[in-house]
Ligand binder design. Structure first.
Ligand SMILES: CC(C)(COP(=O)(O)OP(=O)(O)OC[C@H]1O[C@@H](n2cnc3c(N)ncnc32)[C@H](O)[C@@H]1OP(=O)(O)O)[C@@H](O)C(=O)NCCC(=O)NCCS
Length: 146
């Protein structure tokens, strides 16, 4: 596995990975309206636009894209791994690399309910819970680096 910088030609596959997770994985924890909003909003164009303003990293196995994550300043914004390849270390490798480019010694994330256990294992603590409009409930997480 290797982590590399985002390239514009990645946008379509990253959108597919996000939407597959929404339908196959996040749907266990969220109502249909939230899943529909995620699938509708995070199309290829949206990913391409976000990538212009945030640092996106991509996880690769050979020539295959396995997952991606992005960070804005010290805020991890999105983190998604191909559902067929969960629990193979891609999420950890991506998060480690995102933390390495964070702009402070503290990193934050608004985790999905689904990924709360993952962030806890990676050393994050819960600092709050809330709702983000049509995307539903989130868990505010924080990790002190170093
Ligand atoms: C969360 C996610 C990115 C983790 O990626 P991954 O590649 O499966 O994670 P890893 O293989 O690096 O797992 C790391 C550890 O977390 C654990 N873990 C992974 N997902 C977990 C989960 N949902 N709940 C609890 N523990 C989890 C693994 O067992 C592993 O434990 P270990 O270090 O003791 O072996 C991935 O499951 C995913 O895409 N989830 C759905 C999308 C989502 O909700 N993303 C977050 C949006 S904010």
């Amino acid at each position: 596995m290797r982590i590399r910088a985002y390239e514009p030609t990645d946008a379509a596959i990253l959108s597919r990975i996000l939407r597959r997770n929404a339908i196959e994985v996040n749907s266990r924890d969220y109502p249909a309206a939230v899943i529909e909003a995620l699938c509708r909003d995070f199309d290829t164009e949206k990913i391409a636009a976000l990538a212009e303003n945030m640092s996106f990293l991509v996880s690769m196995e050979g020539d295959a894209v396995r997952g991606f994550g992005c960070i804005s300043e010290s805020f991890v914004q999105l983190l998604f791994v191909d559902p067929a390849h969960h629990r193979e270390g891609n999420g950890t490798a991506l998060l480690n690399s995102l933390e390495a480019i964070a702009e402070s010694d503290c990193v934050y994330a608004n985790s999905s309910l689904t990924a709360e256990g993952f962030y806890l294992r990676r050393g994050y603590v819960v600092i709050g819970r809330g709702e983000r409009g049509r995307y539903g409930a989130f868990v505010g997480m924080k990790k002190q680096l170093g």
